[in-house]
Design a protein. Structure first.
Length: 155
């Protein structure tokens, strides 16, 4: 759960069946690297520090068919035209740190997409709340009733 806190997502308190590991994901991830803009001085022009992580949900052996469809539907906006989850990271000056951050983001995305929301149980309005609402309505009604008058009959 520490991964979620580091990546800026709120902590999840639901019990998740986590049947994928970071090491398992590493085997199925492909990386593309390129030169990154931004800070780094001369290093920017020489070293490929920008990392593009690509992960195929459909070809993954880590998830069941049900989990794959759930992930695909929830991450629809994150999929590229080839159907791969694409995460680009160029925040750090080193390629290694950018790879680590990209993997953290992927783990957080997959964890959040596998999360099933709790079913909402509608709560009943209490008798006290109903009575308070009716009392306030009576007060408003009396206030407006007092404002009425025969303004046209002033002879």
């Amino acid at each position: 759960m520490n991964v979620l806190k580091k990546s800026g997502f709120p902590a999840i308190s639901l019990n998740l069946q986590m049947n994928f590991t970071r090491a398992g994901l590493q085997k199925e991830i492909t990386y593309k690297t390129s030169r990154s803009g931004g800070k780094g001085g001369q290093n920017v022009n020489k070293v490929s520090t920008k990392v593009e992580l690509l992960f195929s949900v459909e070809n993954s052996a880590l998830f069941t068919e049900e989990e794959k469809s759930l992930i695909s539907s929830k991450l629809q906006s994150r999929l590229n035209k080839d159907g791969l989850v694409q995460i680009i990271c160029d925040e750090e000056r080193s390629q290694y740190l950018n790879k680590e951050k990209a993997v953290e983001k992927l783990v957080a995305l997959l964890t959040r997409s596998l999360q099933k929301p709790k079913i909402r149980k509608p709560a009943k309005v209490s008798k006290a709340a109903k009575a308070a609402r009716l009392d306030s309505k009576k007060i408003n009604s009396a206030k407006k009733e007092g404002r009425r008058g025969n303004w046209g009959d002033s002879d």
